[in-house]
Design a protein around this ligand. Structure first.
Ligand SMILES: *[C@@H]1O[C@H](CO)[C@@H](O)[C@H](O)[C@H]1NC(C)=O
Ligand SMILES: *[C@@H]1O[C@H](CO)[C@@H](O)[C@H](O)[C@H]1NC(C)=O
Length: 500
């Protein structure tokens, strides 16, 4: 009975919100047809215009960090670079208004094929293939560990065959970067933590389903008034799901940002999340010569201003996935290799040259008594120390996430073995080389133990192990010491064989 009351109350509130939104939008004037004043978009610029626009140049860092195989620079190949960037005389709508009809674009490739006056394809590259057979997590017994952690029906990695995994992780096949003309950047019409959708007076671009929210594929009819200081000629839109959360920023916004910085012109300003790990990672990008400070426009998530640019750039995986059972597009090898090489190598294949410097066993420690802190932390320290024979030259380092991200990167580049409970500390596996041993300790109650770090680590070509743990996502957890001892001994044995 209570439940029914509660549900009807929620229904009333929802109806009210929808009504207010509709009233708000329909009160607005209909947008003026700006294309009436707009000169026709020139298909080919004249000679003098070409001379005034520089030709496409690959950024130095793409070569320096050995990333050229991750892009194809479609617009340079197609001689589109100049066509796409010849400026049109255009300004955003002078007052907020509504448009009467618009399209939702899921397939950007076919849209820009037909509507070449609305934007163009900047890059369209096949993602890196998976290893075949697709690697599986290692465990003392994978089926037993999966059922003990209640992930046997949740993790694709627990329930699918290796040939199925190859099709599903990810289910996308390409990465596509687009340039959209006369475009606005949404501030979170669907949810305040989900900004970044590009829309124009003609279309709303949802070219990957990066949220499960119900409104994820809705068109945007509302055209905002954009303050002059938020209007640009060219703007890179890297913002996305949960702006500063490390677990979203590093594997989702960071690879997008890198793809955009690699393929869009250096003259474009760069809209990025502000605060938390986003700020520290931008320091690293600046130090590594990937972007200059003067290009960065921090997105203010409190005031959430609208942005407009004559050309807005965006990058996502392709095609758009609608099948909920088969909708995996994150943490693939391309993104992981891109992030790893750009932020944690000196260029090229670092694994050989730095192998002798990789002498750390890193044990990730969460705050004492905090969520997923390990009750047996000191027992683990004692056991690890007892196993580290001098002959292997390995040293134990306890990681508590102190200091700047640049120090974390330097530390994890030296990792030979990483051990830790599920949590943001595990993100640091992306700075570690292929061949690093990773042991993630799970838990069996509360929110399901997520699969993300397993995918990230496996796609980085690391030896990823799952260790049993007991307890709730929200509290301290116990590690299964028998399981841990078995796994750690196995790893030490493998390293002994490797170095023999
Ligand atoms: C998705 O998976 C569920 C459970 O395995 C199944 O019942 C459903 O039919 C599947 N849906 C599609 C579209 O394949
Ligand atoms: C650059 O990357 C490619 C592809 O991963 C690899 O085959 C090649 O050896 C790398 N080059 C250097 C100099 O490490």
């Amino acid at each position: 009975m209570r439940n029914k009351l509660y549900i009807s109350r929620i229904a009333i509130i929802l109806c009210f919100i929808i009504l207010v939104t509709w009233l708000f939008i329909f009160r607005l004037p209909i947008c003026q047809n700006q294309s009436a004043f707009k000169p026709h978009f020139p298909p080919r610029p004249s000679g003098s215009q070409v001379a005034s626009i520089e030709s496409w140049q690959m950024p130095d860092w793409v070569q320096r960090y050995n990333l050229t195989h991750l892009f194809d620079w479609t617009w340079d190949k197609n001689d589109d670079f100049v066509r796409c960037r010849v400026s049109t005389v255009y300004s955003p709508q002078p007052i907020a208004c509504r448009i009467q009809s618009t399209t939702v674009v899921n397939d950007v490739l076919s849209y820009f094929d037909i509507h070449s006056d609305k934007g163009c394809i900047v890059d369209n590259v096949a993602r890196l293939p998976n290893f075949t057979p697709h690697p599986l997590p290692r465990a003392r017994s994978l089926s037993n560990t999966c059922s003990s952690l209640n992930i046997d029906h949740k993790w694709t990695l627990c329930k699918q065959s290796q040939s199925e995994l190859d099709q599903r992780l990810p289910a996308t096949t390409r990465f596509v970067t687009i340039a959209v003309f006369n475009a606005y950047i949404d501030t979170g019409y669907c949810h305040s933590q989900l900004p970044g959708t590009i829309f124009t007076e003609h279309a709303t671009f949802h070219f990957q389903s990066w949220t499960n929210n119900l409104c994820y594929n809705d068109p945007i009819f509302y055209i905002p008034r954009v303050h002059p200081e938020h209007q640009y000629t060219e703007l890179i839109d890297s913002i996305g799901v949960y702006l500063q959360a490390p677990g979203h920023f590093v594997p989702e916004q960071l690879p997008r940002l890198l793809r955009l910085l690699a393929t869009a012109p250096k003259t474009a300003k760069v809209l990025v999340a502000k605060g938390g790990i986003a700020d520290s990672l931008l320091d690293v990008l600046v130090e590594r010569g990937i972007v200059t400070r003067d290009r960065i426009i921090p997105y203010d998530n409190n005031n959430r201003p609208y942005y407009f640019a004559k050309i807005v750039y965006r990058s996502e995986s392709w095609p758009y996935l609608t099948d909920k059972n088969n909708s995996h597009h994150l943490y693939d090898r391309t993104d992981m290799q891109l992030v790893h090489r750009a932020l944690a190598t000196d260029g090229g294949d670092d694994d050989q040259q730095s192998k002798n410097k990789r002498n750390l066993v890193i044990l990730i420690k969460r705050k004492d008594g905090g969520t997923r802190s390990i009750v047996e932390h000191l027992d683990m320290v004692a056991f690890i120390n007892s196993r580290l024979k001098k002959s292997l030259g390995l040293h134990l380092e306890i990681f508590e996430a102190e200091g700047h991200v640049r120090d974390h990167i330097a530390l994890f580049r030296r990792a030979r073995i990483i051990v830790g409970p599920h949590g943001a500390g595990m993100l640091n596996v992306v700075w570690s080389s292929a061949g690093t041993y990773v042991v993630e300790i799970g838990y069996n109650k509360g929110m399901t133990f997520p699969q993300m770090y397993a995918e990230m680590s496996l796609h980085l070509e690391q030896h990823y192990w799952i260790c049993k743990g007991y307890g709730n996502y929200d509290g301290p957890i116990h590690v299964d010491m028998d399981d841990f001892i078995y796994i750690f001994n196995e790893i030490i044995h493998e390293i002994e064989v490797e170095t023999r």
